[in-house]
Design a protein around this ligand. Structure first.
Ligand SMILES: Nc1ncnc2c1ncn2[C@@H]1O[C@H](COP(=O)(O)OP(=O)(O)OP(=O)(O)O)[C@@H](O)[C@H]1O
Ligand SMILES: [Mg+2]
Length: 238
């Protein structure tokens, strides 16, 4: 069976993962702060719309979209044009959920589904994914927390597949740790994990990327350097 792939839009990446992300799955892009997670996410949606005619929805919590639009413009990506043409939707979901104690997966998915239909999207970004899992203000013991997060994410990722979108979810690695995500569960439920990192070498930092896992894909196991370049965004050197 030939599995359908979704072109990542990241220069140099598709060759490493047999043509693109497995369609309908969720890929986690994990990295410490400033490693390029948002750039990766925007590039996935921007090139998706511009190069492949696939519309996208960008979901974030608590971040102002004006800044994302400005940051993207610094790379040369005109997100406003895509928004005006109904090829891209940028949504902040905090106002909808901040009053609710705990956020329930069904509500989130219903909202995302509405946005996805609005622009006929096949690409979705959750940047970052962890705040979507907030269990509310009640204290919760670690074991119940694990169960809660696992249950929540399973429902969320399953519903996204049903929606027909291929999702890039970003995960913030706490600086200086060897974790891949906030709860340590996100990585088990995602179909793929791509890690972005900074390596210090002789007084300067270099950007690196590797594929930590991609289910059902005979992917590269190498670590590659990449740059963020004006006009192109993330460019992996192979
Ligand atoms: N126009 C640009 N040209 C080249 N490099 C850029 C440009 N804009 C941003 N960068 C680099 O990208 C980095 C930010 O990347 P990005 O916001 O994608 O990281 P992130 O992993 O999402 O960070 P955060 O933890 O803040 O969410 C900047 O710190 C800068 O080094
Ligand atoms: Mg970011």
């Amino acid at each position: 069976m030939i599995r359908e792939k979704v072109r990542s839009g990241i220069e140099g990446l598709d060759e490493l993962i047999e043509g693109g992300f497995p369609k309908g799955r969720t890929v986690l892009v994990a990295g410490e702060t400033g490693t390029g997670k948002t750039t990766f996410s925007i590039q996935y949606l921007y090139n998706g719309a511009v190069c492949y005619g696939e519309n996208g929805v960008f979901v974030t919590i608590d971040e102002r979209h004006e800044f994302r639009v400005e940051d993207a413009a610094s790379i040369g990506w005109d997100l406003e044009a895509l928004i005006d043409e109904n090829k891209l939707l940028m949504v902040e979901i905090t106002p909808l959920f901040s009053t609710v104690k705990g956020i329930d997966a069904k509500k989130i998915v219903e909202n995302i589904a509405m946005y996805v239909k609005e622009v006929n999207a096949t690409r979705l970004v959750l940047d970052p994914v962890a705040p979507l899992i907030t269990p509310g203000e009640e204290p919760i013991d670690p074991l119940s927390m694990q169960a809660y997060v696992r249950n929540y994410l399973r429902k969320l990722f399953f519903s996204l597949t049903e929606l027909g979108v291929t999702t890039v979810a970003t995960s913030e690695i706490p600086t200086g740790t060897s974790k891949l995500s906030r709860y340590g569960i996100e990585e088990f439920l995602a179909s793929g994990i791509i890690v972005l990192r900074l390596r210090r070498d002789e007084g300067r930092f270099h950007r690196e990327i590797y594929i930590r896992k991609m289910r059902g894909v005979n992917h590269s196991m190498d670590v590659y350097s990449f740059i963020i370049e004006h006009g192109r965004g993330i460019v992996i050197s192979i």
